[in-house]
Design a protein. Structure first.
Length: 447
């Protein structure tokens, strides 16, 4: 005899059906968080990229509000990560336009300098936020590495564009702002790392044939250690015994060579490391893995269904799936052994509050009721118009999440198969695709 379904499972089924009927939301799959960024010099202001735009808090996570993709001008392109500068400016590479906001997310514009190419990645100098570097990776056009010295207002080539090259990612070493790395490939598919030791004045090209892997492709730089500019991590896709895997690679010689540190059938989308570099967390669209120095990587029980990682001091923040457990963002004080929920998607309190006439205020409030119905969140009636940060507390959702999880093992009978079918039909994509770079998890950006 079939057991009754938990209410959370019925809600997920309704969500999937609603997404099927709402193409503007369904293209990204289930509503989920995908990355988290902290404003420089602040402990109060966070922005989280999502599959449905972004959510923002100005009060250390007590209140979260929605920025619709139409308000950002990003469309279906999703940033791997945002950079929130100390002066309030927001900037992100989406994989197509480079988008910027000078008023904390209320008005956005695409930078005209990159209108004919795709901005695949961006990083900001560790101590001087006026200095930024960006990469491009659009097929059939010249791609290169670009530098800004005025917080993204203007850009100049740092490495001359070449039509045969496409770049996927860029990182500046936290311990040495002169050391810059970028991953890329040429028109033959040959992968390489471009490295600069003098703040982008000159570059060394380091080929990455990776002979220890079979048919390796899609090299993407993930992280540079805080302790040494010579230690970095990247991900690459490869096959083994006719199976596709995503490999975490580590280099200890400044990108000259890489060795595999772990592999998974999931697609690696993000990596984070402890301050001393002895612990590394690896995220996929399904799981989080942890590797400690001298130990093998292990799959962690949470988060499950969706993952990302950001370390702030001794606190690790992680994305999760509201449809599997009861949080979309949580924090851990013990290296991801246990988690403390920060917020759930049904706790979003409407559209981002912005002055009348701003892009987000004009476009997002009218779209909120449809998204709220999918998330199980209150509709709210403030219209997204700017008001004090403490302007009220959200009323509780009408149908709060059940303690019962809607995972594969939570129900009996045919429901899991139907749920799987619906999810596959919706075409859930990874968030880490970079257009123009060969990638089997084609989405979404880091930053």
């Amino acid at each position: 005899m079939l057991k009754p379904l938990p209410s959370s499972c019925w809600r997920l089924l309704l969500v999937l059906l609603a997404l099927r009927a709402a193409p503007s939301l369904a293209h990204a799959g289930l509503p989920e968080t995908s990355n988290l960024s902290l404003r420089r010099g602040s402990q109060d202001d966070f922005i989280s990229g999502t599959t449905f735009g972004a959510v923002i808090t100005r009060d250390r996570g007590q209140t979260w509000r929605w920025i619709c993709p139409e308000g950002m001008g990003s469309g279906a392109w999703r940033p791997e990560r945002f950079f929130w500068l100390s002066g309030g400016e927001l900037i992100a590479a989406t994989g197509n336009p480079l988008i910027r906001s000078s008023d904390a997310g209320c008005t956005w514009a695409s930078h005209p300098f990159f209108k004919d190419t795709w901005v695949t990645n961006l990083d900001v100098h560790p101590t001087d936020e006026r200095i930024m570097f960006a990469t491009t990776g659009k097929p059939s056009v010249a791609n290169g590495i670009y530098r800004s010295e005025d917080a993204g207002a203007t850009w100049t080539p740092a490495l001359s564009p070449r039509p045969e090259d496409r770049y996927s990612s860029l990182r500046i070493a936290p311990s040495d702002g002169r050391r810059i790395y970028a991953s890329g490939q040429d028109s033959t598919g040959a992968m390489f790392i471009a490295r600069s030791d003098d703040a982008g004045q000159t570059w060394t090209r380091l080929p990455q044939p990776l002979p220890q892997l079979q048919r390796a492709y899609d090299l993407i730089l993930l992280l540079v250690s805080e302790t040494s500019p010579d230690i970095l991590w990247a991900r690459v896709s490869a096959t083994e015994d006719n199976m596709g895997y995503s490999y975490l690679l580590k280099s200890t010689d400044g990108g000259a060579t890489f060795t595999p540190a772990m592999k998974t059938v999931d697609v690696i989308v993000n990596a984070e490391a402890s301050a001393d570099g002895r612990t590394v967390w690896v995220s996929t669209p399904v799981h989080m893995y942890r590797g400690r120095e001298g130990e093998e990587f292990i799959e962690l029980p949470l988060p499950n269904g969706n993952a990302c990682a950001l370390r702030v001091g001794d606190t690790l923040y992680g994305c999760g799936s509201s449809w599997v457990h009861d949080w979309a963002l949580a924090r851990s004080f013990d290296e991801a052994t246990t988690w403390e929920p920060v917020f759930n998607l049904n706790g979003i309190q409407g559209a981002h509050q912005c002055p009348v006439g701003t892009t987000v205020q004009q476009l997002c409030p009218t779209r909120w009721p449809q998204l709220a119905a999918i998330l199980g969140a209150p509709t709210y009636s403030d219209g997204g118009v700017d008001s004090p940060p403490d302007a009220g507390t959200a009323e509780p959702p009408a149908d709060p999440p059940s303690d019962e999880k809607c995972g594969c093992g939570s129900t009996a009978g045919a429901f899991p198969s139907a749920l799987l079918f619906l999810t596959l039909a919706l075409g859930r994509h990874s968030r880490r695709t970079q257009p123009g770079v060969t990638d089997h998890d084609h989405e979404t950006t880091r930053s």
